[in-house]
Design a binder for this molecule. Structure first.
Ligand SMILES: Nc1nc2c(ncn2[C@@H]2O[C@H](COP(=O)(O)OP(=O)(O)OP(=O)(O)O)[C@@H](O)[C@H]2O)c(=O)[nH]1
Length: 431
């Protein structure tokens, strides 16, 4: 599939690199480009002359699609399509992103999220399309078939159904997180922009350790596989086990952020970020080989996304330092110090300074508590003793007459549960 990318430039930003990457991620070969800075004609989102230029270019390079790096209203999509050679599809930025998400969705949850996003995108357009289809009798316009008035109601019902199913999935995930914590794991989530290097870093941190169960299939989970230099290779989450020395950590890789996403799209993928919001620690990965301004913008987007719901401490990880010299790195640290205080600089690819990151993870995780329990030698005592062994670092286990003394270190929630179990034992004993 060949595509021409076009952009109406706002705020002086004429960079087409992101839309080119997105187009490639969706499977297009980019064969032409066009930008416009002059005022637009509201009917096209571009000047009419520019759309004619676009039609000529599309014809010359024999493109199958025109990808517009702006948000298009349904009428604009329709009008531009009317000027282009027959059969050339018009795709706007958001439809393109949805398309990529749709291709990458490999689990029930990811599929539901894509469907939800599509429906939310379609809802306000359903009405416009009904009247366009009636007026012009171009059935199948935008590939979505003909509409009648009941379509809007259908969409609303489908949205409600999908949300219910997603809620049920989220509840299961919450239970799983709690079970993992009770099993003594600290939950660390990797967040950050698409292509920042999260998956690479995850493989590095998890190197030489078992692959834990995966919620979702990940195409390059295999440690021998190379990360692909394309966007959104991770859709959904992957969890692997890592060891920082003292702590047993479960690392979760999450979907990468992308700039300028509309609210409804972010919302549809909200539950993907649950593993970030409910982690014990978030590693916010940034590509340090990018220009400072780009890094700044991406950090702002990430913080905006995390701000409302994130509860965990955040450690910023400046990744790809193999591509940056010391002076440049120092300059970037300084310039971004307000957004990324005290970051850790690493290379996930070469492994450089990854040990520092391990130390940092250990230091930032909530402290374990020391506990000393004196237990009666009752029938159920030994099962509590072995439970504590499974969930904590036991430092001493001594038998003194009719009592067992256990000394251990564990995360606060484990200590609490052990105390509760111990007082149950004592109650049974004295009864
Ligand atoms: N030079 C260099 N390249 C890196 C480093 N870490 C990752 N990369 C490359 O950056 C690209 C993206 O890496 P990924 O690990 O797939 O990035 P991601 O953040 O998981 O991307 P999404 O799955 O799209 O969210 C790949 O080509 C990696 O090889 C690094 O430390 N140095």
């Amino acid at each position: 599939m060949k595509a021409v990318v076009a952009k109406r430039v706002e705020r002086g930003d004429a960079d087409l690199s992101e839309i080119r990457d997105l187009a490639r991620a969706a499977g297009y070969e980019v064969v032409g480009e066009l930008t416009q800075t002059r005022e637009e004609d509201a009917a096209y989102a571009f000047g009419e002359g520019k759309v004619e230029e676009l039609a000529v270019l599309t014809h010359e390079v024999d493109a199958d699609a025109v990808i517009v790096d702006n948000r298009l209203g349904p009428y604009q999509t329709y009008n531009i399509g009317g000027k282009l050679p027959e059969g050339v599809e018009v795709v706007d930025r958001f439809t393109l992103i949805l398309d990529i998400f749709g291709q990458r969705a490999q689990t029930r949850k990811a599929q539901l999220q894509v469907e939800l996003a599509e429906l939310r995108y379609e809802l306000p357009r359903a009405e416009a399309k009904t009247s366009l289809a009636k007026r012009d009798e171009r059935p199948g316009f935008m590939g979505l078939g003909e509409y009648d008035e009941s379509r809007e109601r259908d969409i609303k019902n489908q949205i409600a159904d999908i949300k219910r199913e997603l809620d049920a999935i989220a509840e299961k995930a919450e239970t799983r997180r709690e079970q993992r914590r009770e099993s003594g794991f600290d939950l660390v989530a990797l967040a950050g922009y698409t292509n920042a290097g999260k998956s690479t870093l995850m493989r590095r941190l998890a190197a030489e350790l078992d692959v834990d169960e995966n919620e979702d299939r990940h195409p390059d989970l295999d440690t021998t596989a190379e990360s692909e230099d394309r966007l959104f290779t991770t859709l959904g989450t992957t969890t692997r086990r890592a060891d920082t020395g003292r702590r047993d950590v479960l690392l979760t890789d999450t979907v990468g952020f992308v700039s300028d996403l509309p609210h409804w799209l972010v919302e549809s993928f909200e539950s993907t970020l649950d593993s970030v919001y409910h982690a014990d620690l978030v590693l916010l990965v940034v590509d340090a080989s990018e220009p400072i301004e780009e890094m700044r913008e991406k950090l702002v987007t990430c913080h905006d996304t995390l701000y409302e719901r994130n509860e965990a401490p955040i450690v910023t990880v400046l990744n790809k330092i193999d591509r940056v010299d010391e002076a440049e790195l120092a300059e970037k640290r300084e310039a971004l110090s307000a957004l990324a205080p005290n970051p850790v600089a690493v290379s996930g690819l070469t492994g450089e300074r990854v040990d520092e990151l391990r130390d940092r993870i250990e230091r930032e995780l909530p402290d374990w508590q020391f506990e000393r329990l004196v237990l009666p030698l009752a029938d159920d005592t030994m099962s509590l003793v072995s439970w504590v062994h499974d969930h904590a670092n036991v430092e001493a286990e001594e038998y003194e007459g009719e009592q067992v003394v256990l000394e251990f270190e564990a995360r606060p929630s484990i200590v609490e549960r052990a105390r509760a179990k111990a007082s149950d034992l004592a109650a049974v004993e004295s009864a």
